[in-house]
Design a binder for this molecule. Structure first.
Ligand SMILES: NC(=O)c1ccc[n+]([C@@H]2O[C@H](COP(=O)([O-])OP(=O)(O)OC[C@H]3O[C@@H](n4cnc5c(N)ncnc54)[C@H](OP(=O)(O)O)[C@@H]3O)[C@@H](O)[C@H]2O)c1
Length: 334
């Protein structure tokens, strides 16, 4: 079956796919340059790639400020569907993550006001970045529902909950989006209940790290290539221990991509988007050329044969290493 890759619905809004993930613009995957990043964001608006994702923790406020600066230009704000997140705590003075997760009412109220200030606008979609097990879902989602009524945002999302928590949260507030890692090397939602729950509850899936944080593009050949400041150096899948064995899936996907005359990045994005009209990949890049390349994935029509080959590669592979460093693994699937 041929599936449209270009338009998706979040809440009652039609959004373009793929979206754009802003995290890398705040020195997370090696150094970024603000003026170049703004050019990338302006280019995204120009080509119509206007479903944007940020979070307060990305660069400890920096990412929201950067995005806010571009949204203030001309009528840019009206063109973008904007999502941000709260829940991963950072120290506003040192700008360092504290490693804590908070979902209490006082904290959420502080966070949304701080995000609105940095963005210079209210976001359309507000996600809980990680579930806080110390706080009742009634408190977190009751507060979010109240804030929505106050006009601070239109839609509520969750990121990285368990399927059970997602289901419980929908009894307290209307959940309009689930953001979760999904890609050919992270098909976990297909078997951990989240995909089923979203389909049953009619919640779209915002697929983050759809390029496997860049690994699936085939661009990196070794751990050493990563900048010393690059956070992926702490990610087990990029470690020296697992790097080479994880290249197996890259080699398989690259071979399929080359037969189809597309890049491995385009193949991965087209595959993720083709898994359902409810799935939206949000790749990130610091480069206009790579943004264009990723945007063109919406024109890649994979054939039945392609799907069969990619599925065989996905099912025949088990990534070496966890998705996150040990400490961060404790905050997912709660
Ligand atoms: N909810 C969560 O917990 C969570 C977690 C992680 C990410 N996210 C969101 O999801 C977004 C995307 O995820 P991500 O940034 O982790 O990973 P990603 O989109 O899978 O990959 C980004 C990496 O791939 C590289 N890249 C992008 N396009 C490329 C291409 N065509 N060819 C070669 N390399 C390419 C980028 O490098 P260049 O920049 O040099 O192009 C960057 O290093 C983030 O920006 C963030 O908004 C959410």
């Amino acid at each position: 079956m041929v599936i449209d890759l270009k338009t998706r619905t979040v809440g009652n809004v039609k959004v373009p796919s793929p979206g754009f993930g802003g995290m890398g613009l705040s020195n997370v995957y090696g150094p970024a340059n603000d003026e170049e990043s703004k050019e990338v964001l302006r280019h995204a608006i120009k080509i119509g790639c206007t479903f944007w994702d940020t979070a307060d923790i990305y660069g400890s406020g920096h990412n929201e400020e950067l995005i806010g600066a571009v949204l203030k230009e001309g009528d840019n704000r009206s063109k973008v569907f904007l999502a941000t997140k709260f829940g991963n705590v950072f120290d506003p003075v040192t700008k360092k993550s504290t490693g804590q997760v908070r979902g209490d009412a006082t904290y959420i109220r502080e966070c949304i006001d701080a995000s609105i200030k940095r963005l210079g606008t209210t976001p359309d979609l507000y996600y809980q970045h990680r579930v806080d097990p110390k706080v009742s879902l009634e408190e977190t989602f009751g507060t979010l529902e109240q804030l929505r009524k106050e006009g601070k945002f239109k839609y509520i999302g969750m990121s990285e909950p368990s399927a059970e928590t997602l289901r419980k949260a929908t009894k307290i507030a209307k959940i309009d989006a689930l953001q979760i890692e999904y890609s050919p090397w992270t098909p976990d939602i297909e078997t951990n209940g989240l995909l089923d729950a979203c389909r049953e509850l009619n919640i779209p899936i915002i697929a983050y790290s759809p390029l496997g944080r860049g690994f699936l593009t085939g661009r990196y050949k070794s751990f050493e290539e990563l900048d010393p400041s690059d956070r992926r150096r702490q990610h087990p899948r990029f470690s020296k221990e697992h790097f080479d064995s994880n290249m197996q899936i890259v080699d398989k996907l690259s071979a399929i991509a080359s037969k189809r005359n597309v890049t491995p990045a385009q193949l991965a994005l087209a595959w993720v988007a083709a898994q359902g009209t409810d799935i939206i990949p949000i790749p990130g890049t610091k480069s206009i050329a790579r943004l264009d390349e990723n945007w063109a994935s919406r024109d890649v029509a994979l054939t039945d044969e392609d799907f069969k080959e990619i599925r065989a590669a996905v099912d025949g592979f088990k990534a070496g290493g966890n998705r996150y460093p040990e400490q961060q693994m404790k905050a997912i699937g709660i």
